[in-house]
Design a protein around this ligand. Structure first.
Ligand SMILES: [Zn+2]
Length: 113
């Protein structure tokens, strides 16, 4: 898609230049207008190809590791700070298994992050 955008942009730019050159041979006004429109289209195509457009991969980071806000999460039984290892996602719910006191429970409330 990206290369197609560049190719189309190059094609439009080339056609635009031809019209501008042809304008020198007479019938100036319409040829200049068409040439400028084509060059504008070429610039737009190249701009679209350069910009990421709708094909951008949307990466949802559901990964708990490296989440700094997770440091706020503490075991509700013993108050120990829980690492990402203590947290498990199951059926959309967050389960906590405390490695210190061994208590396991589901987080009913949304954590503070
Ligand atoms: Zn605990």
């Amino acid at each position: 898609m990206k290369t197609a955008g560049y190719a189309l942009g190059a094609l439009l730019g080339f056609a635009g230049l031809i019209f501008l050159i042809a304008a020198g041979q007479g019938n100036v006004a319409p040829r200049v207008i068409i040439g400028i429109v084509l060059l504008g289209g070429a610039a737009y195509m190249i701009y679209l190809a350069r910009s990421k457009g709708p094909e951008v991969k949307v990466t949802h980071k559901v990964d708990f590791t490296g989440d700094t806000e997770l440091q706020e999460l503490r075991c509700k039984s013993c108050g120990a700070q829980l690492s990402s290892d203590a947290i498990e996602m199951r059926e959309g719910a967050i389960y906590v298994k405390c490695p210190y006191c061994g208590s396991a429970y589901q987080l009913e409330e949304k954590p503070k992050w």
